[in-house]
Design a protein around this ligand. Structure first.
Ligand code: ZN
Length: 279
């Protein structure tokens, strides 16, 4: 009985897949990428269907409606998510106002889906109930109080816990939403447990919040972004990693990356041998 986490290399984007111990498939965000930075677009959802035998998604979390978290939305209906979690407090006006005109088509698709998913969950579907996930706990926090001109601060933050290991997958949260969440004692309790942190906002400076690290001390921090020079908070995370550091994978030629359980401190693997650079 294992839980697996795959953080796809979608360069500057966000896309993760969790398979729970009872075989349920949870997807967080719909980023896409390009191998080598060019060529055919890499769709994590198509890849899951073709190579992981996933015919539908049990739960999809869209952390926030920005294009780099939505590019794979064209595959949404083919994967017919049973449950969709997204920041429902945002209005269509907020969402359109927080995106560029050039992204209108993708945002329209998101809003159409958003309007469709309104039925209440049945108890057997509810991913918040650990028994539905083979004992894994999937807990989300929704910051809602920050200014709505920056949708990053409305990103859902997800904790996944199984077998005494905890993974934290945020969206593009910046300091303001981290500080909002830090007011909540339950959130602080979860933060103390974190073993693996997927860096917020692709590891960029804007997502780095030093206040987190008074409570959070991960073994491993995963950074995925575009050109490495852009992930300019990576060295700060390096200093906080409990295992003495974390390896960074190059942003090119890496199709996807999985991470080890925290017992194997600092181990970071790629499906493309030879393209992981260790610090
Ligand atoms: Zn983003």
């Amino acid at each position: 009985m294992t839980l697996s986490l795959t953080v796809w290399d979608v360069q500057h984007g966000s896309a993760s897949h969790i398979r729970t111990p009872n075989g349920r498939d949870v997807v967080i965000d719909l980023g896409t990428g390009r191998a080598n930075g060019y060529g055919r677009e890499f769709s994590p959802l198509r890849h899951l269907r073709a190579n992981y035998g996933v015919s539908y998604i049990d739960k999809l979390i869209i952390t926030h409606p920005h294009r780099d978290h939505l590019d794979d939305i064209g595959q949404f209906d083919a994967m017919s998510p049973r449950v969709l979690e997204r920041p429902t407090h945002l209005t269509a006006v907020d969402i359109r106002g927080g995106n560029r005109a050039i992204d209108t088509s993708i945002i329209n698709q998101y809003l159409e889906i958003n309007a469709r998913y309104t039925a209440p969950l049945s108890p057997g579907q509810d991913p918040a109930i650990p028994e539905n996930n083979g004992g894994a706990q999937i807990v989300t926090f929704h910051p809602t109080q920050c200014a709505r001109d920056n949708l990053n601060n409305h990103s859902i933050v997800t904790f996944v816990e199984y077998a005494n290991s905890t993974i934290l997958v945020p969206g593009d949260n910046e300091a303001a939403s981290w500080r909002e969440l830090l007011q909540d004692p339950v959130f602080r309790m979860w933060l103390k447990k974190v073993d693996i942190l997927v860096a917020p906002h692709h590891g960029r400076e804007a997502g780095y919040c030093p206040d987190l690290f008074g409570l959070c001390s991960p073994y491993l921090v995963i950074v995925s972004d575009g050109p490495e020079t852009d992930t300019n908070a990576a060295d700060r995370y390096h200093r906080h990693a409990k295992g003495g550091g974390f390896p960074r994978a190059r942003s090119t030629r890496r199709r996807n990356a999985g991470c080890s359980p925290p017992g194997a401190t600092g181990l970071f693997t790629s499906n493309c041998p030879g393209v992981v650079r260790r610090r």
